[in-house]
Design a protein around this ligand. Sequence first.
Ligand code: NAD
Length: 422
Amino acid sequence: MAARPDSTSSMSTRAITKNQFDVAADLIDLEDHMRRIFLMPFRTVAVEVPVRMDDGDIDVFRGYRIQHNGARGPCKGGIRFHPEADEQEVLGLATTMTWKTALLDIPFGGAKGGVQINPRNLSMREYEAVTRAFTSRIAIVLGPYRDIPAPDMGTNAQVMAWILDEFSKRRGYTPAMVTGKPISLGGSQGREEATGRGVMYTMQEYANDFGVPLKDGTVVIQGFGNVGGHLARLLQEQGAKVLAVSDVDGGIYNPKGLAIPELFQHAYVDRNPVQEFDGGDHITNTELWSVGCDWLVPAALGGAINRETNADKVKCRVVVEAANSPVTPIADKILEERGISVLPDFLVNAGGVVVSYFEWVQNLQQHPWSLDQVNRELLNRMTRVYRDVRDIVKEREVSWRTAAYMISLARVAEAERLRGHQ
Ligand code: NAD
């Protein structure tokens, strides 16, 4: 397996991650036993996923559903199909979901699922068969008041439709057991662009508070998928200049700003590589990090900004963590020392889970909302939470990540205390 960023110092990475948690835990006087509860998942389900492939052979894949914490409500989190979706990665993502749902104050806990598989190597029939086999093996821990999956890397609305169908065969039609569904099966208006829209709302608030311009401000984005593509489009509508973007095959750069509506059609809608777009110079994914800008937005992979390759090279005023865990703990420290603010993932990219929550509410009430209502409620919630975190940053003179942790830890700990332990 390829070495993960900062892996040469994995002990110190672990130590710094624990340190980020401990700094916040100390600031709110969190009890020792609570810290131990949060270090472990509530439940780990590891399953075999046997599938008859198109060549007639049966392959067996490894799948996980990990419920980190359910004190504040049913567990909530995506399902990822990716070769590196092992138990450690899924646990890390499940833990982040606990802090994200608590920070946004939505009545969910945190979970994540993963199947160690590359969906690009599957035919459509195999893709459906993997989804159904995995769903049938974890169905016992799912349900609208137990654990509610959603899309993540390698899965999409179609996969959610298969999950709904497989679950409903056993338990009757239950649309609220999964979110990110197609709209015709009970999905929500605005869910597809919700994460990018939420990132944009947070940047607008930060721009107003700290004078980093959004209108005429410059932006660089790694990743032009669901999050990066929609974000670029929305920022451009606000008057921002998107100087460079990249996808897995490389990037493009235009110092005058890229023509985002055309690029969105070319790369996001028509699914062509960004480098095949006429309207910018080719740059590599490594060169992307050195493009000077106001806002640098990693919106692709975990560990993208790390000590080994780029933490000392980025030239921006703010790093916006649109992806999950794109800044390694050591890089986070380096950026802090360089005076670059990092807006943390569980604040910035929460728009997706917020609209997933709206979808769940609409399904339970059997009453769909308009797009206007979804966007208005998303704006209200993202703005309110941003301001709560900002106030702690100012009052306690801590980083944005520490401030966000303080709110989340206090909320989950209070729920744990009230429920009681024998
Ligand atoms: P996606 O699959 O739609 O898009 C990913 C993009 O990243 C693609 O453009 C891909 O080409 C690019 N990419 C992949 N590997 C790359 C590499 N090595 N270098 C540069 N670019 C690369 O995924 P997404 O839904 O946009 O998710 C992106 C990130 O945001 C992930 O970390 C995901 O966990 C996180 N996230 C997504 C949502 C959501 O609602 N989609 C919500 C919260 C967090």
